[in-house]
Design a protein around this ligand. Structure first.
Ligand SMILES: NC(=O)c1ccc[n+]([C@@H]2O[C@H](COP(=O)([O-])OP(=O)(O)OC[C@H]3O[C@@H](n4cnc5c(N)ncnc54)[C@H](OP(=O)(O)O)[C@@H]3O)[C@@H](O)[C@H]2O)c1
Length: 332
C-alpha cells in the first residue's frame, strides 16, 4: 500500500460512559480483507447507534472494529483484491460495520457508493447509515407507495429528515412528530403536510383529525415502548408499522385485536448485522433510485454541524443534548 502510513489517529471508547470516554489514540492502519478496500477518511457521520455503543448498550457485532463510526466518505487508497481494485483513486461514501472515527477505515467494496455530484465530503459522509436504513425500512420492508400516508417519529433526526424527504420525493404524504415547535416547522419546510409536537399534542388524536379518521398507511418508529399501542391506533386498514429503535423501552402491553381486525403488519429491522450481500442490494437500489434525486438537488442530507475528528467528544455532547436538526459529522 504505497503512501499509506502504518499508524493512524482513531477515536477509542476507553470505557462505557459520557462523551469524555472518547479519546484520540494511535492505532495500526487496518488492512482490507477479502472483498474490502481501504479508505483515507475525509469525514465520518455520527449516529445515535454510536452514542449507544459509547454508553455500552450496543456492542459491535463479531468481526467489527471496536472503533465507533458506521459511515465514512473519503478516497479509496488500496484494495485487497479485484472486487475493489477499480475503486482505487475514487471518492466514495461507504456503509461500514465500525471503525469510521479514524483516519483510515476498511469497507466492503460493494458498500462503497460514489460521492454524489455537488456534495461535499462531509455531506457525503452523512448519507450511508440513514439512507440505507430509511430505504430498507420504508421502501423495502414498509412498501411505501405514492399516494400513501406516512409518519416518522423523530422527524428532525438524521433518520427523520431523510425519511421525510424520500417519502415526499416518491409521492407519499408525510407526517412527523418532533419535540419542539421549531423542529415541527422544520419538518414542514422539508415537505411534511403537518408535524406534531409530541410534548404538547397527543399524536393519536392529531393523526385522526389530520386524516379525517382514515389513518396512516405506514409508520417508521424509533421510540417503541408505550408508542406501540398508540401507533397501532393511528394505522389505516392494511397499515404497516416498522420499528427501528426502542428509545422508550422494549416492553409494553397492547391489545392484539386491532392487528386482526385492521389486517395490520408490525415489523422491524436492524441494519448493522446484515450480510454484505444483503446490504449490497440496498446500495444498488440507492444508486439507481436515490442518487439521481440527490444529484438533482431534490433530496439532500440535512447538516447540523461538523467537528474535527479529535473533538468527537464534543460531537457526542452535541448529540446528547438533543437540540440538533439533521446530522453531526466529524472531519479529518
Ligand atoms: N434499526 C436500524 O437499523 C437503525 C439504524 C440507524 C439508526 N437507528 C435508530 O434510529 C434513531 C434515529 O437515529 P439518528 O442517528 O438519526 O438519531 P438522532 O438524530 O439522535 O435522533 C433521535 C431522535 O429520537 C427522537 N425522539 C426521542 N423520543 C421521542 C419521542 N417520544 N417521540 C418522538 N421522537 C422522539 C428525537 O426527537 P426530538 O429531539 O424531537 O425529541 C430525535 O429526533 C435512533 O434511535 C437510532 O438508534 C436504527
Amino acid at each position: 500500500m504505497p503512501d499509506v502510513p502504518s499508524t493512524m489517529t482513531a477515536i477509542e471508547i476507553t470505557t462505557p460512559g459520557d462523551p469524555h470516554v472518547l479519546e484520540p489514540v494511535d492505532r495500526e492502519v487496518p488492512s482490507p480483507g477479502v472483498g474490502e478496500v481501504l479508505i483515507k477518511v475525509s469525514a465520518a457521520g455520527v449516529n445515535r447507534p454510536d452514542i449507544m455503543q459509547r454508553q455500552g448498550m450496543y456492542p459491535p457485532p463479531p468481526g467489527a472494529s471496536d472503533i465507533p463510526g458506521l459511515e465514512v466518505a473519503g478516497e479509496v487508497v488500496a484494495a485487497a483484491d479485484e472486487t475493489g481494485a477499480g475503486l482505487i483513486g475514487s471518492n466514495v461514501c461507504a456503509l461500514v460495520t465500525g471503525g469510521g472515527y479514524a483516519e483510515y477505515c476498511v469497507a466492503a467494496a460493494p458498500l462503497c457508493l460514489e460521492v454524489p455530484q455537488g456534495l461535499s465530503m462531509a455531506e457525503a459522509a452523512a448519507l450511508p447509515e440513514t439512507f440505507f436504513t430509511v430505504w430498507t425500512n420504508v421502501f423495502d420492508r414498509g412498501a411505501l407507495r405514492a399516494g400513501e400516508r406516512f409518519l416518522v417519529h423523530g422527524g428532525t433526526s438524521g433518520i427523520g429528515t431523510t425519511a421525510i424527504q424520500l417519502a415526499v420525493a416518491f409521492g407519499a404524504e408525510a407526517y412527523a412528530t418532533a419535540g419542539s415547535d421549531a423542529k415541527c416547522r422544520f419538518c414542514e419546510e422539508l415537505g411534511c403536510t403537518t408535524a406534531f409536537n409530541y410534548r404538547d399534542v397527543d399524536f393519536v388524536e392529531a393523526i385522526k383529525t389530520a386524516t379525517e379518521g382514515t389513518g396512516l398507511d405506514l409508520i417508521l418508529d424509533m421510540v417503541g415502548g408505550d408508542y406501540l399501542p398508540r401507533n397501532l391506533k393511528c394505522l389505516a386498514t392494511e397499515g404497516r408499522l416498522v420499528q427501528i429503535a426502542l428509545q422508550r423501552g422494549q416492553k409494553t402491553e397492547m391489545n392484539l385485536l386491532p392487528i386482526m381486525l385492521n389486517r395490520l403488519t408490525v415489523t422491524g429491522s436492524t441494519l448493522r448485522p446484515r450480510t454484505v450481500a444483503q446490504k449490497q442490494s440496498i446500495a444498488e437500489a440507492l444508486r439507481a433510485q436515490v442518487w439521481p434525486l440527490i444529484e438533482s438537488g431534490q433530496v439532500k442530507p440535512v447538516m447540523e454541524k461538523t467537528y474535527p475528528l479529535d473533538e468527537a467528544d464534543g460531537a457526542h455532547t452535541h448529540m446528547d443534548q438533543g437540540t440538533h436538526i439533521g446530522k453531526v459529522v466529524l472531519t479529518v
